[in-house]
Design a protein around this ligand. Structure first.
Ligand SMILES: [Fe+2]
Ligand SMILES: [Fe+2]
Length: 247
C-alpha cells in the first residue's frame, strides 16, 4: 500500500506480522535507481529494524503509523551503524518513549551509546528474546557483508531472516516480495560496487545463516525473497569463496 505519493513510500506485509516499508531512490551512479527498506514487526512489543536516514523519518514514520501508533514501538535496532540503517534512531526514540535501542554488543560500545539519546541494549551472538508471540535470535555476523559491528535478526516463528545488506538489489521499483531468485540481481550490484568486506570468515558465517533454513530473506535493499533461503545463501558463499581463491 502506498503511503506517500510524493516519495513513493509504501508498506507491505511480507511475512506474518512483518511489514516492509520501502522508498525508491533515484540517484546518479546507479542506473535504474535504488531503494531502502525498513521493517516493522507487529507484536505485543512492536519492533523496528533499520530506521532509515534521519531526513527520511517523516515519511518512514508516516508509513508505520498507518499500521500502529508510533508510541507503541518498544524495540528499535539495526544491523550495523550506517546512515540508512540507523540515522533516524533518535527520531524514533523521541516519538516512542518506551522504545529501547538495540544492536550488536560491538555496535553499542563503538557507536550506539554515543549516538543514541538513550542507552542501548547490546545483543550477544546467539542471544534470544521474545516480542510476545515471536521469538527472535540475534546472529553476530562481523564484516558480512560489511561492518565490524554487523549482525542480523532471525524470527524463529515465521523463519524470516532480517538480513540487512545481504542480497542487495538495485532498482527504484522492486516488488515487496518475490519468489524468483534474487542472487543474479544482487550479484549485479555486489560485483561493481564491491560493498562486501573481504573477510576470511564469510563462508562460515553464511553457512551458519543457511542452517537456520530461512523461508523469507527480508533484504534492506530490494525485494524480500520467499523460498529456499538456505540454498541462496550457500550459492552466494560458493561464489565468494571462488573469488577469494582467485585472489
Ligand atoms: Fe550497509
Ligand atoms: Fe544498507
Amino acid at each position: 500500500m502506498q503511503t506517500n505519493a510524493h516519495t513513493g513510500t509504501r508498506i507491505d506485509e511480507v511475512a506474518a506480522g512483518i511489514y516492509r516499508i520501502n522508498t525508491p531512490l533515484n540517484i546518479p551512479g546507479i542506473p535504474g535507481g535504488f531503494n531502502l527498506s525498513q521493517y516493522l514487526v507487529v507484536d505485543e512489543q512492536p519492533l523496528v529494524f533499520h530506521t532509515g536516514w534521519r531526513r527520511w523519518f517523516p515519511f518512514v514514520s508516516e508509513a508505520i503509523a498507518t499500521v500502529i501508533p508510533l508510541d507503541r514501538i518498544r524495540h528499535v535496532g539495526y544491523s550495523h551503524f550506517e546512515g540508512d540503517e540507523s540515522g533516524a534512531m533518535n527520531d524514533f526514540l523521541a516519538v516512542a518513549p518506551e522504545a529501547v535501542p538495540f544492536a550488536s554488543q560491538v555496535s553499542v560500545m563503538t557507536s550506539l551509546n554515543d549516538y543514541a539519546d538513550r542507552p542501548g541494549r547490546g545483543l550477544a551472538d546467539g542471544e534470544e528474546f521474545s516480542t510476545g508471540k515471536k521469538q527472535w535470535q540475534w546472529l553476530y555476523t562481523p564484516h558480512v557483508p560489511h561492518g565490524w559491528d554487523c549482525g542480523i535478526l532471525f524470527d524463529k516463528t515465521t523463519g524470516t531472516l532480517l538480513c540487512g545488506d545481504l542480497f542487495t538489489q538495485a532498482g527504484a521499483e522492486t516488488p515487496a516480495v518475490t519468489e524468483a531468485e534474487i542472487l543474479t540481481a544482487s550479484e549485479a550490484m555486489r560485483k561493481p560496487m564491491d560493498y562486501y568486506a573481504h573477510s576470511r570468515n564469510t563462508r562460515a558465517i553464511l553457512e551458519r545463516l543457511a542452517e537456520l533454513k530461512p523461508k523469507t530473506l527480508a533484504c534492506q535493499h530490494g525485494s524480500a525473497y520467499r523460498g529456499d533461503g538456505a540454498a541462496l545463501l550457500r550459492e552466494l558463499a560458493a561464489i565468494l569463496e571462488k573469488e577469494n581463491q582467485a585472489g
